[in-house]
Ligand binder design. Structure first.
Ligand SMILES: Nc1nc2c(ncn2[C@@H]2O[C@H](COP(=O)(O)OP(=O)(O)OP(=O)(O)O)[C@@H](O)[C@H]2O)c(=O)[nH]1
Ligand SMILES: [Mg+2]
Length: 532
């Protein structure tokens, strides 16, 4: 197949939402309907422990929440789908934000009983800023839900995004029976299956047919007919170009756990999500068909395979064709590297991939020098914009209390820091060499400690710090020294030897700034930029 055709059949999609809306469940069901799984994981789960494909990490299975994003590549209807399940919890949002840099569209999952929640809003803003197309799934219709018109209205008014109902729920809660597809003008009835493990059977009828009327309770039927009339007269019409530019969100209703509406959503993704999009590299627009290979690392994960204990760098290919063993430049340091250990990734599983194309996410093993945001390319003039960075909001010091085990501890800390979920800071004085770690949320520390203990067999002590606010000292301004600091302030270095100030409270920061108004303090070393 020609390179252009290979690229055209790629779709790269992230599933995003507020915690618990059902991303991982939906991911599992998309795999099931996509033919990539025989049985959806929740069936095989042991008591109190889930076993979905994308929550592969031990900690995720124990807690039932996603801690890290997962990459799943599979083929469906002649398409190559790169699906990324993301964690919803705010404490892991750095990972989710980076995934958003690597995809061409998202499915935003909303719990239909709750509507838009805080984390939905934040993620949504990033998608809007970057012009990423948003497919919306109103999930958990098998539970008592808000009225579908109210859900649509909330989306449109709170997100300021025109929305178009592609299908409409037939009842909710115990009376949820399926969905009516507006374009095809057919009702899809679903039957509940044991634990939602198998593909739900479907039957089609036109909505005004007698059999539909008979199958639905009278009030449900009347509400559906009424809602559909409202939608027909005042709803946004479907417009593919607007969907693909991120200016109109097609909305689907369903229940991931019960397999309701999943096939419809999967086919919509294939039909309407855009193919790989151009990216901006230092002001230049690089189209996916650009003959030169290029991509950027957006995620690093250690120890996915407990037998190998290695590290995978996840690369989003932005242009051209990747071939195994090709030589590329890492533009951060100008180093030339041969990419010989390349993988197609399916959650924890991987297999060697010899060829990949713009749009694909591949895993590269054996390059400990790669960092998040690195551009790998055949043409060193292509340099993708930096990844977004986040200011940590909580801090802790980590110790190894058993000197005999220092090596393990040190190796583990180094590996896990490379994943970029935590940032390390050092005092100016090398004698005080216990690293201070900063994270967006405290759950990151728990994960870090758990993984150091479980993946490296290290003994770990963690002491929360009193600091809560960080500022980078802009070297353009005057120097800062320790004597200038008030109580509750610390002067440290980040790993790039940039000076940072840590303050216990905003109030201490203000006190410092009032006293030293000429010192230039920055919230971040670099800001989020629009990439398309
Ligand atoms: N009733 C009902 N429950 C659902 C549905 N989909 C998911 N759930 C349940 O909601 C809970 C959270 O589901 P997950 O898929 O783990 O949610 P998530 O969005 O991946 O959560 P995080 O990744 O931790 O943010 C689980 O208990 C699921 O079984 C649904 O359609 N109906
Ligand atoms: Mg999840």
């Amino acid at each position: 197949m020609r390179m252009e055709d290979e690229i055209k059949r790629r779709r790269t999609i992230a599933i995003i939402s507020h915690p618990d809306a059902g991303k991982t469940t939906l991911t599992e069901k998309l795999l099931l309907y996509g033919g990539a799984l025989q049985l959806a994981g929740s069936v095989t789960a042991r008591k109190n422990q889930r076993a979905t494909t994308s929550d592969w990490m031990e900690l995720e299975r124990q807690r039932g929440i996603s801690v890290t994003s997962t990459v799943l590549q599979f083929e469906y209807r002649d398409m190559v789908i790169n699906l990324l399940d993301t964690p919803g919890h705010r404490d892991f949002s750095e990972d989710t934000y980076r995934v958003l840099m690597a995809v061409d569209a998202v499915v935003m999952v909303i719990d239909a009983a709750k509507g838009i929640e805080s984390q939905t809003l934040k993620l949504f803003e990033i998608c809007r800023m970057r012009g990423i197309p948003i497919f919306t799934l109103m999930n958990k219709l098998d539970r008592p839900s808000l009225s579908p018109l109210a859900l649509m209205d909330e989306l449109e008014s709170r997100l300021q995004l025109p929305v178009c109902a592609m299908n409409w729920p037939l009842g909710d809660g115990d009376r949820f029976q399926g969905v009516y597809c507006r374009q095809e003008r057919v009702a899809h009835f679903f039957e509940r299956t044991a634990h939602g493990a198998y593909r739900a059977p479907e039957a089609l009828h036109s909505v005004d047919s007698e059999s539909v009327r008979q199958r639905l309770p009278k009030d449900v039927y009347e509400a559906v007919i009424n809602d559909l009339e409202v939608l027909d007269s005042v709803g946004e019409p479907f417009d593919l170009a607007a969907v693909q530019s991120g200016d109109l969100s097609p909305v689907y209703f369903g229940s991931a756990i019960n397999n309701f509406g999943i096939q419809i959503l999967l086919d919509a993704i294939v039909d309407y999500a855009p193919p790989p999009q151009a990216r901006v590299a230092a002001g230049n627009r690089i189209v996916p068909e650009h003959p030169v290979f290029s991509g950027f690392v957006f995620k690093i994960q250690s120890n996915m395979d407990p037998k190998h204990r290695d590290q995978i760098a996840f690369l989003r290919i932005c242009s051209g064709r990747f071939t195994r063993d090709m030589k590329v430049t890492n533009t951060r340091n100008g180093e030339s590297v041969r990419l010989s250990s390349s993988h197609r990734v399916f959650a924890r599983d991987r297999e060697t991939v010899d060829e990949a194309y713009a749009g694909d996410v591949i895993g590269l093993v054996g390059h400990s020098g790669f960092g998040i945001g690195d551009t790998l390319t055949e043409d060193p003039k292509i340099v993708y914009d930096e990844m977004p960075q986040f200011a940590p909001e909580c801090f802790a010091q980590v110790y190894n209390p058993v000197p005999a085990q220092y090596k393990r501890f040190q190796a583990g800390v180094q590996h896990l820091l490379q994943e970029g979920a935590l940032q390390a800071f050092q005092y100016m004085d090398p004698a005080r060499n216990i690293p201070m770690l900063g994270a967006v949320g405290s759950l990151q520390f728990e994960v870090f400690k758990y993984r150091l203990e479980n993946e490296y067999g290290a003994v770990v002590r963690m002491e929360p710090s009193t600091s809560t606010v960080i500022r980078w000292v802009d070297p353009e301004g005057p120097e800062v020294s320790e004597e200038m600091l008030p109580p509750g302030g610390k002067l440290m270095f980040d790993t790039s030897r940039r000076k940072v100030l840590l303050f216990d409270t905003e109030w201490v920061l203000k006190f410092f700034s009032d006293k030293h108004p000429d010192v230039l303090l920055r919230k971040l070393p670099a800001a989020i930029r629009r990439n398309r």
